[in-house]
Design a protein around this ligand. Structure first.
Ligand code: TYD
Length: 209
């Protein structure tokens, strides 16, 4: 049986990475074999693309940036995500298609329908079973990120507000797949919300199958 595919989304500084580690431990304790991966950079080739995306110091055209994320995604799906799902593993992916819609679409202003189409092509229509959005007030996120900012985190507060709005819009559009947690709270309080979602979702899929 194909494994479950869960993706995690949110602004930089949303506490996403800390939560994903806890989620992996939680699911493994329940007997799920998990593969933890991320975008950009979840495959070997993707590691090189990630370097360009996050650290290239020249001007990056926004369409070029979008297509680099898509190239990373295509390689990631085919060489990492799909093989693991086919082995029955639960794949936990730190960022996926919704990041492109939120960052390049809502925040950067590229055409959203076009991004959705490109996502379909890049992923060969492999969609997550569940997506958790870690929603955080922009000011809180920016404080958490602190001084060590990469190329994208250097964007202004406006960019981040649009990003947050984008994620919330996506959650409204796809309420079955995307669940939002309040990530302004402490680590354990956020994790309680996550556990509830995972437990409900797990129950739901067991009933279906
Ligand atoms: P990363 O250091 O992995 O950030 P985080 O820990 O917050 O996930 O950097 C990934 C950056 O790439 C992040 O700022 C979001 C951005 N991104 C996009 O703009 N579009 C995308 O499609 C993806 C996958 C990421």
């Amino acid at each position: 049986m194909r494994g479950k595919f869960i993706t995690f989304e949110g602004a930089d500084g949303s506490g996403k990475t800390t939560q994903i580690e806890k989620i992996k431990t939680y699911l493994e304790a329940k007997g799920h074999e998990c593969l933890l991966t991320r975008e950009p950079g979840g495959s070997k080739l993707g590691g090189k693309i990630r370097e360009i995306l996050l650290h290239y110091d020249g001007n990056v055209d926004s369409l070029c940036e979008l297509l680099l994320y898509m190239a990373d995604r295509a390689q990631h799906v085919q060489t990492v995500i799909l093989p693991a799902l086919n082995e029955g593993k639960t794949v936990l992916c730190d960022r996926y298609t919704d990041s492109s819609v939120a960052y390049q679409g809502y925040a950067r202003g590229l055409d959203i329908e076009r991004i959705i189409k490109l996502n379909e092509i890049a992923t060969d229509n492999i969609e997550p079973d569940l997506t958790i959005v870690f929603d955080v007030e922009t000011e809180v996120a920016m404080q958490r990120v602190g001084e060590t900012k990469d190329r994208l985190e250097q964007e202004g507060i406006d960019f981040h507000k649009k990003l947050r709005y984008g994620y919330l819009e996506l959650a409204k559009k796809f309420p079955q797949r995307i669940k939002v947690v309040n990530s302004n709270l402490g680590i354990e309080e956020v994790f309680e919300q996550v556990k509830k979602i995972l437990d409900e979702k797990w129950l739901e899929t067991q009933i279906k199958s």
